[in-house]
Design a protein around this ligand. Structure first.
Ligand SMILES: Nc1ncnc2c1ncn2[C@@H]1O[C@H](COP(=O)(O)OP(=O)(O)OP(=O)(O)O)[C@@H](O)[C@H]1O
Ligand SMILES: [Mg+2]
Length: 257
């Protein structure tokens, strides 16, 4: 493999803080890497040995177009990740698949558009009396888009957000707010070929007053993952591998700690 497209889009490239580093690393490794917009109609994807999905985050608003594009690319060259990994990993319903294989996940309720939002939120709060706050988010999302935090007393606002996600065509996901995220942030573990490499800390995104932080370069810092975190991440990787079958793929895991 010599000739690689690193895929982004116009809106996302300015906030993809890893792209410049990746481009340098590719070039240092002797790869002819180019940054390309998945929405660029003039791109000839068959000209690349591999097409690597890096930051095509506009897909959250254009999912059918993005998946159709992935299929077109997959037909003419090597897409990373492979199509079925892309399909599986861009929908947080994968949490249910991981949970079914014994991986500890944040308790998650999926609320489809045929469900009454106030009733769904009421039921979730009843099942989680310990949760002082809950999070409402779309099952397909990126970069904290449309992720919101609500205290119990704002049940009606949480239901209104579920209704908004439904009207945008999304299944909504309800979770208890994991309080340790306020103190410790979130930990992402990076593995290469199934072997733990390193971890990063992501600072909390959802502020207690309801505002959502914009991720910056500084909001991610290096950190160590302890044994428990590595065990959970390894279990998640094994479960994902078992679910998807034997494929070569890349998967990022983020955990509150
Ligand atoms: N249940 C939760 N408890 C605490 N914090 C949460 C919870 N869910 C989400 N968050 C916060 O909101 C951020 C974005 O949520 P999440 O990762 O689920 O959505 P996303 O849109 O896929 O974001 P990204 O692409 O950045 O991973 C998290 O990084 C975390 O700071
Ligand atoms: Mg995340």
């Amino acid at each position: 493999m010599n000739n690689v497209a690193l895929v982004t889009d116009v809106a996302s490239l300015p906030i993809d803080y890893d792209m410049a580093l990746l481009l340098d690393a590719c070039r240092a490794a002797g790869l002819a890497a180019e940054v390309r917009d998945w929405e660029d109609p003039t791109a000839d994807w068959s000209a690349y040995d591999a097409v690597l999905l890096r930051s095509p985050w506009a897909y959250v608003d254009r999912l059918p177009a993005f998946l159709a594009w992935c299929e077109r690319v997959d037909a003419v060259t090597e897409l990373h990740n492979p199509l079925r990994v892309v399909r599986w990993s861009l929908n947080k319903l994968y949490m249910a698949d991981l949970a079914a294989r014994g991986v500890p996940v944040v308790p998650s309720a999926f609320v489809s558009p045929d469900t009454d939002p106030p009733a769904a939120v009421r039921q979730f709060l009843a099942v989680h009396p310990e949760a002082e706050e809950i999070v409402v988010k779309p099952t397909v999302g990126a970069y904290s888009k449309d992720v919101q935090r609500f205290v119990r007393s704002l049940e009606a606002d949480a239901a209104a957000h579920v209704a908004r996600l439904h009207s945008d065509g999304f299944v909504a996901l309800l979770q208890p707010y994991v309080e340790s995220v306020d103190r410790d942030g979130e930990t992402d573990l990076i593995y290469f070929d199934g072997v733990y490499s390193h971890a990063i800390r992501k600072s909390p995104m959802l502020m207690p007053d309801g505002t959502v932080n914009v991720p910056t370069f500084e909001s991610r810092t290096p950190r160590e993952a302890d044994e428990n975190e590595r065990a959970v991440a390894s279990a998640a990787l094994a479960a994902a591998g078992a679910h998807l079958g034997r494929v070569s793929w890349i998967f990022g895991a983020g955990f509150g700690r």
